[in-house]
Structure formats: C-alpha cells, structure tokens
Design a protein around this ligand. Structure first.
Ligand code: AMP
Length: 367
C-alpha cells in the first residue's frame, strides 16, 4: 500500500519507520526539503496550500493521512474526492479551532474548560467575569507548544495580553485556568469495521506549554474508564478511522477535556518500545483495513522530549533500557528534536532514573 502523509515531520518519520516492515511505501508533502521524514519515502517539497502539488501527491498514493494539522480543510475535501483521506476531514477541521473543539466536547457530554470566544478587546472584561481569573487567552487557531497563549492573572494584565495576540487570524478564546492535579492523555485507534482499541493513558508534564515528559501507564481505573468513554464517543461521532489523541486535565476526580489531535501524538511515543503494537503501526493498520494490534504494555515507560537540542547519545544509552530517537532536525530553542523512552518493571525504578534523564536530555525553550 502506498501511504501519503501530509507533513514530513517526526510523526511522519515514525509512521514510516512503523509501516516499512509491513511492506508499505511512503510519500510525503512538506514545505521543507529538510523534513525529518525525507529519508524514508518520496518527498514532494511544496507549501501545504499548493493545490497542484497536493493533487500530484495524492494521485501517487492509495490513501492520504496527515501528521500536520494546519492543512486547509476545503482543500482536503477536494483531495478526498480523488483518494480516501483518513482520519476524516471533519475531525481535522474541528480540531483546528479551539472553539469548535470545545463545542464538540460539550455536545458529546464531555466536560471541558470554562471558555468565551472573543474578537475585540472590549469583550474581554465580560469574558473574564465568566471564566474567572486566572485565565488563559489563546488564539483559536494555529497555536501549538505553548505558542499563541498568554496567561491573565489580574484584570490589569488583560489589555497587554489582548495586544500580544490581537493580530492572530481566526479570533481568540479565553479559558478559565484549571487547577489540575494531573494532565493525562489517551491515545486510541478505530479501524474500518468500527473496532476500537485504547492505550493506557499517559501522565504528562508540560513546561511552558511544551510536553516535557509522559509516564505510562496511568492507572486510576475510574478515570481510565471515563477517558475511554469520552474518547470512544468522539471516535463514533466522526466514524473515525486511525489514531486519535485527547488531552485531559484531572480536577477533583473529573476529566476535563483540553484538546484533541486527530493523528498520532507526542504523548504516545512510548508505545513504540513499551506496547505490543505502537500507535504508529495501529494507525497504519487502520488505514490499510488490517486488524488492529494489541495495546497492552510490555513494560512501564517514561518518555522525555529533547527540546532545542539532542542529548549526548553515549550518556543516554549508557542507562539500561533507554531508547533514543533523533528526528534529525536542526537544533533550535523550543523545537522538539528527539525523545528518549526509558522502560522498567515498576514506576519506582523509572522515578529513580528520572532525575538523571531530565538532566541529560536538554529542554531549551524559545523566547
Ligand atoms: P494547549 O496548547 O491548550 O494544550 O496548552 C498547553 C498546556 O498549557 C496544557 O497542556 C496545560 O499544561 C497548559 N494549559 C492550557 N490551557 C490550560 C487551562 N485552561 N488551564 C490550565 N492549564 C492550561
């Protein structure tokens, strides 16, 4: 099967690394000739809004998927006429706008943060009355890794926060800040017959909005059941095919949905070594109409992202059962350039190793 992946970043690279053993061929479209997936398939270098290039790309494959979320949904709907696009463009379009994402969660009975959408500074003080403070002002579209977000602690911060984001296309959203006990995410996959598999949730730590680490499995069973029920409803809603990730805050024993990603997800990278079948392989199995693989974990896992630059490989790999992934990206502050996954038989062993890993694996933020 020829798989077309929109985006040639690390997610595309890891998809290909999972699909090549299954006999799949990969085609990527990405604006950068340096895209991390370049070595693993045929790369068309073109902007994502280059209609002609997108059609050339789609024509050469059997199925189109995406690892990058900011593709034009109308363009993707045109592509869909020529080739199947999975997961559905509707899921992608919903995830591109924090407002439609929150409305979806509400319509499916999934608790989400208090929020108000706004376009003008004059609307901000009323919005603050509704969300309370502290709050976070976010761009509705195109935010990632902490970009496009400004915290508001005092009413006096509001004007400056608005000005920072005022030029963002697509409007803003104010969210009440959740005082969460934990952040967890669930990765799930649905196949073409409607069968669903859930990975155990991971417990995530973000720094400055960027995922720093994820520990799995998160075991609190009432919350795991809640997550499965919420994620299952989203999958059914879209008649979804492939991997979906949903991030939640845990507050007072309740899950509050933060956002969803209709693709393989950073917080599921530990599935490569720790799970019977990785998120990447299951996504491809779903696309190909193959049976999904088991999602049980072989061992417990701690994922640590390398942000800004790579760690010293010999130091990291001197730790027993630690695996290194280098995305072959140029170093740059704030950029995810690789990750490590440590495996062990218990959480205690991982917690013992964690301080050493955090010291060895760089976290260099932008700005
Ligand atoms: P996001 O881009 O919305 O996933 O935000 C990145 C990270 O910022 C989240 O994983 C949280 O750690 C933090 N964050 C975002 N929104 C909120 C919120 N409403 N309340 C508390 N923390 C938040």
């Amino acid at each position: 099967m020829r798989v077309g992946v929109i985006g040639g970043g690390q997610l595309g690279r890891m998809l290909a690394l999972a699909g090549l053993p299954l006999g799949m061929d990969f085609h990527f479209i990405d604006p950068s000739p340096e895209a991390p997936a370049r070595e693993l398939g045929h790369l068309i270098v073109a902007p994502f809004d280059d209609r002609a290039a997108m059609f050339d790309f789609a024509q050469a494959v059997d199925v189109v998927t995406y690892e990058f979320e900011n593709v034009s949904a109308p363009l993707l709907r045109e592509v869909q006429v020529a080739r199947p696009v999975m997961p559905s463009t509707d899921a992608l379009e919903t995830s591109q706008d924090r407002l439609s994402e929150k409305r979806l969660f509400q319509s499916l009975g999934i608790p989400t943060t208090r929020y108000v959408a706004l376009d003008h500074e004059a609307e901000l003080s009323r919005a603050i009355e509704q969300t309370g403070l502290p709050a976070i002002l976010k761009t509705r579209r195109l935010g990632y890794d902490g970009r496009g977000q400004v915290p508001i602690y005092e009413p006096g911060d509001a004007g400056a926060a608005f000005q920072t984001l005022a030029n963002a296309p697509g409007g803003l959203i104010l969210e009440g800040r959740v005082v969460f006990e934990r952040e967890i995410s669930m990765v799930a996959c649905r196949d073409q017959t409607g069968a669903v598999v859930f990975y155990p949730p991971g417990e995530n730590v973000h720094q400055g909005g960027i995922l720093r680490s994820s520990y799995a499995p998160f075991r609190e069973s009432p919350l795991v059941r809640q997550a499965e029920s919420h994620v299952g409803r989203i999958l059914e809603h879209f008649d979804y095919i492939g991997v979906l990730a949903v991030e939640f805050f845990v507050e007072d024993g309740i899950l509050i949905a933060n956002e969803m990603a209709p693709r393989v997800h950073n917080s599921g990278h530990w599935t490569i070594e720790a799970s019977v079948t990785s998120q990447f392989e299951n996504h491809l199995r779903a696309l190909a109409g193959l049976p999904l693989g088991r999602t049980d974990m072989r061992q417990e896992a701690l994922l640590v992202n390398a942000v800004g630059r790579m760690p010293d490989a010999s130091a990291v790999l001197a730790c027993p059962d630690v695996h290194l992934h280098d995305y072959r990206k140029a170093p740059r502050p704030g950029r995810k350039v690789g990750h490590v996954t440590a495996l062990a038989d218990s959480r205690e062993s991982l917690e013992e190793l964690a301080p050493r890993l955090f010291e060895m694996v760089p976290f260099e933020r932008h700005g």
